[in-house]
Design a protein around this ligand. Structure first.
Ligand SMILES: Cc1cc2nc3c(=O)[nH]c(=O)nc-3n(C[C@H](O)[C@H](O)[C@H](O)COP(=O)(O)OP(=O)(O)OC[C@H]3O[C@@H](n4cnc5c(N)ncnc54)[C@H](O)[C@@H]3O)c2cc1C
Length: 490
């Protein structure tokens, strides 16, 4: 064991027993004004008022959320869950209709041999979409504030200050009046600006930023989250075409394309967003062409769909695993740069980490308290993500095994027709794995239920015995938009 390690263990042991608290008039810096940064600022100000503290909260943000395209873009599919919209309303943040486009009717699952719709009767599991910022490049009209801007405005209305600029340096400043290491303050500096000292720093920078490297050098054990790159493109189709071909439906694809875990086609007003995701490493740029050329994808797009109509494209990183040691005395990480639910509900994770971190800061303290009150939540989230990895590995086994695919489609189809219980069936399992704000443990519990397995094995048996074209042919389950549905969408 080297001296450095001994020093760190000693330092951490001391750290575990100390407790620093924010005082009236304390200064808080937040790096990043995405959902996590704005919500953390909102909560810390709201809660500190209740605790009788008057805090100064500065949000450092580089982006201008009012400019369409890359300058204001936060690279996101923009799927929100009704449960999150409701939770925010309870917190006093009522997202208006210009921010949340409700009316996503259901999900459509497409696998190699066919497609089925997956609808949930439960209101809180419904889905909405949002533009995180003004919209894709070239979008000239502004119908109203978008999510990131709206959350930022909520934090500003609560009393936070916004500072335009990119934080490029972070350092400790030892309080000259105190010999205690714990008393050192933290300073941040924007490019071209000066250092400013704070009592607490919340890092909400997301994962697509170089700022995280600065914290590795502060020597408290922080390591950024492991990430993988997505391919995202936004295409302009016009409202009429979007309604006619895609409806108000989120299309999820589990296709046998090399390296691709999952693809999603999300309608948003005049636009459609296509997101491709891989956990095996970064996708080749050509993966988008391969995806759009796949017969299952072609089925839902207009015949004259052209990739030349692309309005925006990007390859942002997305979390695969959480960060290491995302807190220290006077520092706490929230949102993506801390931990996020794997492949879904990133905005919901930003909300939860922001709220729990803010509660810890105001009601407990800003040192050892993170270990006791914040870490258990982060660990639960990491464990839940491991369950997702396990479930997805099993799901990959069914790809290319057509008899299992047929059994899955048949089960979902019967459930959607009300002939079997969708709440405890394949529909809910697939839905909870691909979308929704529910933890993955719920999907695991469902998948282990004896009734679920009895029905699944029975359907596999039928799929083996009765070949395609027979009465049990699950291709009968393939669902295309009926004229009624398309009319109601337009
Ligand atoms: C392609 C894609 C699609 C997604 N789709 C969905 C979806 O449909 N639904 C969903 O719930 N989640 C989705 N997510 C995840 C979701 O976007 C994130 O989980 C969420 O944005 C996390 O919020 P955050 O505030 O932690 O980070 P971010 O949203 O990344 O915000 C971080 C902010 O910090 C700012 N910043 C960074 N560095 C600095 C610096 N040095 N100085 C000042 N400011 C800085 C950035 O400008 C940014 O505004 C998607 C992610 C990707 C990549």
């Amino acid at each position: 064991m080297n001296t450095r390690t001994v020093f760190r263990i000693f330092k951490q042991a001391r750290w575990k027993h100390s407790s620093l608290k924010l005082y009236d008039g304390a200064r808080v810096a937040v790096i990043g004004g995405g959902p996590a940064g704005s919500l953390f600022s909102y909560f810390i100000l709201a809660l500190s008022r209740r605790a009788g503290l008057d805090l100064q909260v500065d949000i450092y943000e580089t982006r201008d959320f009012e400019t369409p395209g890359p300058p204001g873009c936060n690279m996101c599919g923009g799927v929100l869950y009704e449960s999150l919209v409701q939770s925010l309303a309870v917190e006093g943040i009522n997202l208006p209709a210009t921010v949340v486009q409700r009316g996503i009717d259901y999900n459509m699952l497409h696998i190699g041999i066919g497609s089925v719709k997956i609808q949930t009767p439960r209101q809180e599991k419904r889905i909405a979409t949002t533009f995180r910022e003004v919209g894709p490049r070239g979008m000239v009209y502004l119908k109203g504030r978008r999510l990131d801007n709206y959350l930022m405005q909520s934090a500003l209305a609560m009393g936070a200050r916004r500072i335009f600029g990119q934080v490029d340096q972070v350092r400790w400043l030892t309080d000259p009046k105190s010999p205690e290491v714990e008393s050192r303050l933290i300073q941040v500096k924007t490019s071209g600006g000066e250092f400013h000292g704070y009592d607490l720093l919340a890092v909400a920078s997301g994962v697509n930023t170089a700022v995280l490297r600065l914290f590795c050098d502060l020597d408290f054990g922080f390591q950024p989250p492991q990430t993988s790159k997505l391919l995202v493109r936004e295409y302009y189709l016009g409202q009429e075409v979007v309604s006619k071909y895609l409806g108000s439906i989120i299309h999820a694809f589990l296709l046998d394309i090399a390296g691709l875990d999952y693809g999603a086609v999300i309608p948003k007003g005049d636009y459609v967003t296509i997101c491709l995701l891989s956990s095996h490493g970064n996708l080749e740029p050509g993966a988008m062409e391969t995806f759009v050329d796949n017969p299952a994808v072609k089925r839902i797009l207009p015949a004259d769909f052209s990739m030349a109509r692309q309005a925006c494209n990007c390859s942002p990183g997305i979390n695969l695993a959480g960060s290491t040691h995302p807190f220290n005395n006077r520092i706490v990480f929230v949102g993506d740069c801390c931990v996020s639910r794997l492949y879904k509900d990133g905005i919901g994770s930003a909300y939860r980490t922001a709220k729990i971190a803010a509660c810890t800061v105001v009601f407990q303290g800003i040192s050892a308290d993170f270990m006791k009150h914040y870490l258990p939540f982060l660990r639960r989230m990491e464990k839940d993500n491991l369950i997702r990895k396990m479930l997805f590995k099993s799901a990959r086994q069914i790809q290319n095994r057509h008899f299992i695919e047929r059994a899955v489609l048949k089960m979902v189809s019967r459930e959607q027709q009300g002939k079997a219980n969708a709440e405890k069936g394949m529909s809910m399992l697939i839905r909870d794995m691909l979308t929704g704000g529910a933890p993955y443990i719920e999907a695991l519990m469902l998948s282990m239920h004896p009734l679920f397995w009895t029905r699944f094995l029975w359907n596999i048996l039928l799929a083996i015995v009765f070949r395609p074209g027979s009465k049990y042919d699950p291709n009968l389950a393939v669902h295309t938009l009926t004229s009624d549905e398309t009319e109601s969408h337009s």
